[in-house]
Design a protein around this ligand. Structure first.
Ligand SMILES: Nc1nc2c(ncn2[C@@H]2O[C@H](COP(=O)(O)OP(=O)(O)O)[C@@H](O)[C@H]2O)c(=O)[nH]1
Ligand SMILES: [Mg+2]
Length: 319
């Protein structure tokens, strides 16, 4: 372990000064979690909350990664720096190339103004949003102007992306057909911008019409009218319009005080989740696996009720 890793303050300093290797190390340290990550985040958190954070979701193969590469290239042309995190389901079923390949294809690799990292979801379904949230805070604190987070909208909790990004983009493709059934109400409600990608392949207008009809049935919790943007990620068509839509949505959130409210809501949820985690860890640290097994036996055989078993684990309320 290098001195910088033992001294997160130094690592944060180097990373903020633009040291590309320090940045990569810092992201890894935060991704790995634990005490070192906590120390680094304590340094980073006060520097964050400036970046434009966007979640991109949709079915595997819709062209999300290709689109992200295009968006990053366009943002770079306008002098903006970009961090991209792709939550990689590590499944051979997705068929898409890994994000890094797509980005490399677009000549962004090696540009210090773009940071790209794939995050494996293996064994991390529950804590995923938090791990990604920490990476987003890190990128934000390091001064990246735009942070793009790609998730596959086929997971157990499709709407988790809305807990990471205040602006959510759903990418679909023409010929929705039966796939329409797969677009669940939950994801429709949290989507702020719809994209019909692969517009070069034909009938994108039909998909737009179907999405519009679905949208008219849904109930939003705000008065934002989600635009539907046609893109071709392979040619770049429609990408500037998509970026305009993202800017419009962010301006709407800011104007209405909703961005602040979103951050407060996130802070509350994160705080409560962290308290739960820590109390759980404390309770588990106080009991051996044999003791836990014995307690489980008692509950299973109904010799002990659940609440009394919990009392034994963490003490009675008020004690
Ligand atoms: N024709 C066409 N193909 C595209 C477009 N966008 C992506 N693709 C292709 O679709 C496949 C899946 O793309 P990828 O970006 O990996 O999709 P992801 O799984 O949603 O990230 C790749 O072969 C891309 O080259 C597009 O706009 N038009
Ligand atoms: Mg992808």
């Amino acid at each position: 372990m290098s001195r910088a890793e033992l001294d997160p303050e130094l690592l944060v300093c180097q990373a903020r000064a633009g040291d590309v290797r320090a940045r990569a190390r810092l992201f890894s340290l935060v991704e790995n979690g634990g005490l070192a990550a906590q120390n680094a985040l304590a340094e980073l958190a006060p520097l964050a909350n400036h970046a434009c954070v966007v979640g991109i979701t949709g079915p595997p193969g819709a062209g999300k990664s290709t689109l992200l590469g295009r968006m990053a290239a366009e943002l770079r042309r306008h002098g903006q720096t970009v961090a991209i995190f792709a939550i990689d389901p590590s499944s051979p079923l997705t068929g898409g190339a890994i994000l890094g390949d797509r980005i490399r294809m677009q000549d962004l690799h090696g540009d210090p103004g773009v940071f790209v990292r794939s995050i494996s979801t293996r064994g991390a379904v529950g804590g995923l949003a938090r791990a990604v949230g920490d990476l987003v805070v890190t990128a934000d604190a390091l001064g990246y102007d735009v942070i793009l987070v790609e998730t596959v909208g086929a997971g157990q909790d499709e709407t988790a992306i809305a807990r990471v990004a205040p602006t959510v983009v759903l990418v679909e493709v023409p010929h929705l057909g039966d796939d329409v059934q797969a677009i669940k109400a939950g994801i429709l409600e949290v989507t702020d911008i719809f994209v019909v990608n692969k517009a070069d392949r034909g009938d994108a207008d039909q998909a737009v019409a179907i999405l519009r009809a679905m949208l008219s049935l849904g109930q939003r919790h705000d008065d934002w009218v989600p635009p539907i943007v046609k893109t071709s990620a392979t040619t770049g068509d429609g990408v500037p319009r998509l970026l305009d839509a993202i800017r419009d949505h962010r301006a709407y959130l800011q104007r209405e005080g909703r961005l602040e409210a979103w951050h407060r809501e996130r802070a509350r949820a994160d705080l409560l989740a962290a308290v739960r985690d820590r109390l759980f860890a404390q309770a588990m640290a106080r009991i051996s696996s044999e003791q836990l097994d014995a307690l489980v036996d008692e509950v299973a055989s109904r010799r002990l009720d659940l609440a009394s078993a919990v009392d034994r684990l963490i003490g009675e309320p008020g004690c």
